[in-house]
Design a protein around this ligand. Structure first.
Ligand SMILES: [Zn+2]
Length: 187
């Protein structure tokens, strides 16, 4: 059997363990959708019979439509740009005396989305971002905490709606990290 993925599941044969139905993936019904995969269900009894991951960039480039390939190439180019700016930005952390107030600001200029980080109104860090960038956001907070441990008095991030995106869990996760860091303040 070839590897089960987004492009092979339709022509792969499945068997429902519950009712014994057998058939191809394309005959199954679509079930619940998650961030990284979706389920397919038995068309007879509706039991979940398999979980299909969404295609990776590499899989789209190999098997996807021309339109999908264009989208993926754009996303890969952006990812490369973001990674390069991430590597550069963390080297610019300067030493600061005393209490530090961190402010995150999104800058949207033409087709560029940039995250700027200020420490006591001094620009500390700048990097390219994309929609729903909050995992990196948390990573940046951890890096700042490492550099300025015990010095961070406050963290402002009011203007970061693009970064947080639509993930319901994002604001809560970030709030927890921010509170943890602020609790370490001891000056
Ligand atoms: Zn079934």
């Amino acid at each position: 059997m070839s590897e089960l993925n987004y492009y092979t599941y339709k022509s792969t044969e499945f068997r429902c363990e519950k009712c014994g139905w057998t058939g191809l993936g394309e005959e199954a019904t679509q079930g619940e959708m998650f961030n990284e995969l979706f389920e397919i269900h038995c068309r007879t009894c509706d039991e979940a019979i398999a979980a299909i991951p969404y295609p990776t960039f590499e899989e789209v480039l190999e098997h996807g439509s021309e339109e999908d390939k264009v989208q993926v190439r754009k996303a890969m180019a952006l990812e490369k740009k973001v990674k390069a700016s991430q590597a550069k930005s963390s080297k610019n952390l300067i030493d600061i005396e005393g209490a530090v107030t961190i402010t995150f600001e999104e800058i949207h200029k033409e087709d560029k989305q940039i995250l700027a980080v200020f420490a006591n109104d001094q620009l500390l860090w700048k990097e390219h971002i994309y929609f729903e960038y909050f995992e990196r956001f948390i990573d940046i907070i951890h890096q700042l905490d490492k550099k300025y441990h015990g010095q961070i008095k406050d963290i402002h991030y009011q203007n970061t709606t693009y970064l947080l995106g639509d993930r319901i869990s994002a604001p809560g996760k970030i709030k927890n990290v921010v509170e943890e860091v602020k609790a370490q303040f001891k000056l």
